[in-house]
Each structure stands twice: as structure tokens, then as C-alpha cells.
Ligand binder design. Structure first.
Ligand SMILES: Nc1ncnc2c1ncn2[C@@H]1O[C@H](COP(=O)(O)OP(=O)(O)OP(=O)(O)O)[C@@H](O)[C@H]1O
Ligand SMILES: [Mg+2]
Length: 146
């Protein structure tokens, strides 16, 4: 599915809607350039798990931020990862799937190693305020946003 977002608020709201459709064990991979809106979308997804969006910050330095929600929520930012051995040493593979929900910024760094139950969201910058969002892997029957 392809949507156009016209504002950060709209991207956050679409993130919230995606969050409501997630099931335990799902991983959302966010693809897109610097400043495209990945963290904005994470805030919306996290809000659907009752995480205050102000608690979602750029995770680039911590790489993996864990929230003790039910289910556990992981916000992972792979921006600084440069190769597969660095990726493996983050411990990411112990986080994904299972009884958790995970959202990954810079999912490009996973290459082909995407986990099971993976939802891909590509964000393309169209102009200052417009983003094209391409969402793959979510059950579109339940998609009520539009
Ligand atoms: N439609 C839109 N959706 C999302 N963000 C938008 C939109 N229009 C403008 N913006 C702006 O784009 C920026 C997106 O920043 P954000 O931190 O979410 O990007 P990011 O993809 O996480 O970047 P990084 O790669 O550095 O982690 C914000 O300043 C936001 O206000
Ligand atoms: Mg970000």
C-alpha cells in the first residue's frame, strides 16, 4: 500500500494506525534517508503501546532502546552499523520476534536478513512536508485509516 503524508502529524498518525495492527512478534523495518521521518513514525507506533512519544528519542547512540511494556517494545536504530559483525554484536537477534514488538530505523542495514513477521515501511521525501509511504507485509483488510 502507498500513502502520501502531508505533515509530521500525519506520519505519526499513520504510525499509530500501523501500531494498532501489530501482533506480538512483529518487527517493523523503516527505510528512508536522514530526516525522512522514521523517528516521527516510531513515536506514533510507540503511542499505540502506551509509550509517551516524548520518551522516543533518536536511538542512534544506544542502538537498542527497550521499553518495559506489555508486550516489550524495542526501538532499534541501525544508523551507525557498518557491517554484519557489528550488526550481530548489537544483540539484535535476541530482541526480534518472540513476545516482543520491534521497530527498526535504517532497516537497510539488515540487508536480506529480515526476521519473520516483518513489515517494511519505505519513506521517500517528496518535498519539505510530503512523504510517500510504502507499507508492505501488513494485513490490508484491517486497514481503516483512509
Ligand atoms: N510528512 C512528514 N512526515 C514526517 N516528518 C516530516 C514530514 N514533513 C516534514 N517532516 C520533518 O522531517 C523531519 C523528520 O525527522 P526524523 O527524526 O523523524 O527523521 P529520521 O528519518 O528519523 O532521521 P534519522 O535518519 O536522522 O534518524 C522532522 O523534522 C519533521 O518535522
Ligand atoms: Mg531517526
Amino acid at each position: 500500500m502507498r500513502l502520501v503524508s502531508n505533515s509530521p502529524h500525519a506520519t505519526e498518525e499513520i504510525g499509530f494506525q500501523i501500531g494498532t495492527l501489530l501482533q506480538t512478534g512483529d518487527t517493523v523495518g523503516l527505510y528512508g534517508n536522514l530526516g525522512s521521518g522514521k523517528t516521527v513514525m516510531v513515536k506514533g507506533i510507540a503511542r499505540s503501546f502506551h509509550i509517551d512519544s516524548r520518551d522516543i528519542t533518536s536511538a542512534s547512540f544506544t542502538i537498542i532502546a527497550e521499553y518495559q511494556t506489555q508486550p516489550p517494545f524495542f526501538h532499534i536504530d541501525l544508523y551507525r552499523i557498518t557491517n554484519d559483525s557489528e550488526l550481530d554484536s548489537t544483540g539484535i537477534w535476541d530482541c526480534l520476534g518472540g513476545n516482543a514488538i520491534s521497530v527498526i530505523e535504517w532497516a537497510e542495514k539488515l540487508g536480506d536478513e529480515v526476521p519473520e513477521k516483518f513489515i517494511a515501511v519505505h519513506i521517500d521525501v517528496l518535498d519539505d512536508e510530503q512523504r510517500a509511504l510504502t507499507i508492505e507485509g501488513i494485513d490490508e483488510k484491517n486497514w481503516n485509516y483512509l
